[in-house]
Design a protein around this ligand. Structure first.
Ligand SMILES: *[C@@H]1O[C@H](CO)[C@@H](O)[C@H](O)[C@H]1NC(C)=O
Ligand SMILES: *[C@@H]1O[C@H](CO)[C@@H](O)[C@H](O)[C@H]1NC(C)=O
Ligand SMILES: *[C@@H]1O[C@H](CO)[C@@H](O)[C@H](O)[C@H]1NC(C)=O
Length: 361
């Protein structure tokens, strides 16, 4: 129960980065004028700290211990997350700041809607910002930009910007901790379809999507296997199979949308699914030594007593695939961003994030 709950509240969202010059002209000379990020704990940079219903906003050490300030930021990592590294590849310092708390922000420098625990489905992660809610907030930001710079400039800005989506893992945790629901596949894909279309209708053209990781291989899932199911610390294969099926569905969906309804749409899917499985199979190839247990926490697989203020944590964090029972280390985030940008296309389809960024520039 406790594990299911912590898994449920563990994942995240996305970010919005806008770069507009001080004269009020949108800077279209930059390769990526803006990054708009939507997602879960893989992307959250602090929104959940401002959501009253959330009991773990990761705003305590040792979260953040390897961040430049050595302080927690609300990121579910020992330092940067994957969005930070993707933003770096696009010429930014890190992810844009979180949308919450509500205050007068300069939208021109970007904003993040990412909320840990949220999912593609509205019902996933009660109290978090669901994908639908994040898109609602984006619509507000968009209106502010239109008011400030005019429709024409805003349209140009959005068409050149990258819309990053990293979500879905929590929907599987929710599914796993309730009854397997035969409608799940349909609900997930139809909601994904709706979200993409809404963003497109709000001006998005370039989508960088991170697929759902093999959540059956996180230390928390291995622990369930160890304690309750097969009594081994292997990956929960059934959960991974379901994720694989849904990831294929999302690939087909995007291919169909691009070739039919959503004219001018471009996309790349970075496969955290393929990457994490490859790391698990060939840890040394990536410089990892520990791929099963968490760095932070104690007990079996360092999962039994989760990662909190009093937890022990490893000192060789770059050797670990996982930081806590659910989330990757900063090192893993860096490896993932590099993999998605690589033109080798081993972990990105149908084009790399790099090619996506370069289109139209
Ligand atoms: C294992 O199963 C028991 C009873 O079926 C349940 O109470 C417990 O929460 C489960 N543990 C985990 C880690 O899922
Ligand atoms: C935001 O800016 C407006 C106009 O400049 C001002 O009236 C309002 O008080 C500001 N709100 C906050 C929360 O600072
Ligand atoms: C999800 O929530 C949004 C509002 O945030 C609502 O507009 C939408 O209809 C909901 N979708 C479903 C399938 O309930």
């Amino acid at each position: 129960m406790r594990l299911a709950t912590s898994l449920f509240f563990a994942l995240f969202i996305y970010v919005l980065l806008l770069v507009i010059t001080v004269e009020g002209q949108i800077d279209v000379d930059k390769k990526v004028p803006a990054i708009y990020v939507f997602g879960d704990s893989t992307a959250d940079v602090g929104n959940n700290k401002n959501l009253p219903a959330i009991n773990n906003p990761a705003d305590f050490l040792p979260y953040g211990i390897d961040y430049p300030t050595k302080k927690p930021t609300g990121r579910f990592s020992n330092g940067y997350n994957v969005i930070d590294y993707l933003a770096k590849h696009m010429g930014f310092m890190e992810s844009p700041p979180p949308y919450l708390p509500p205050r007068n922000k300069t939208w021109e420098t970007g904003v993040s809607f990412a909320s840990a625990g949220s999912g593609i489905l509205n019902s996933t992660g009660p109290g978090t910002l669901s994908m639908a809610k994040q898109i609602e907030y984006f619509a507000k930001v968009r209106q502010d930009i239109v008011n400030k710079f005019g429709q024409e400039q805003a349209t140009l800005l959005f068409s050149k910007s990258i819309f990053l989506i990293s979500s879905g893992g929590n929907d599987f945790f929710a599914l796993f901790s309730s009854n397997i629901n035969l409608k799940f596949y349909y609900d997930f894909i139809s909601n994904y379809d709706k979200h993409i279309k809404e963003l497109y209708n709000l001006g998005a053209r370039k989508f960088a999507i991170i697929d759902v990781p093999p959540v059956g291989c996180i230390p928390g899932a291995r622990y369930v296997n160890l304690k309750n199911l097969t009594h081994t610390d292997g990956c929960l294969k059934i959960l991974n199979s379901l994720v694989g099926l849904v990831n294929s569905g999302v690939r087909s969906l995007l291919k169909d949308l691009k070739s039919s309804e959503l004219r001018g749409m471009e996309y790349s899917i970075g496969s955290s699914y393929d990457l994490v499985l490859d790391i698990v199979d060939h840890p040394h190839h990536y410089g990892f030594k520990a791929v099963k247990k968490a760095c932070c926490g104690s007990g079996r697989l360092n999962v039994e007593m989760g990662c909190d203020e009093t937890s022990p944590y490893c000192s060789d964090r770059d050797n670990f695939l996982f930081w806590d029972a659910v989330h990757p280390t900063m090192k893993t985030a860096q490896v993932a961003a590099t993999a998605f940008f690589s033109n080798s296309l081993q972990f990105a389809t149908p084009i790399s994030f790099k090619t996506l960024v370069d289109i139209g520039n």
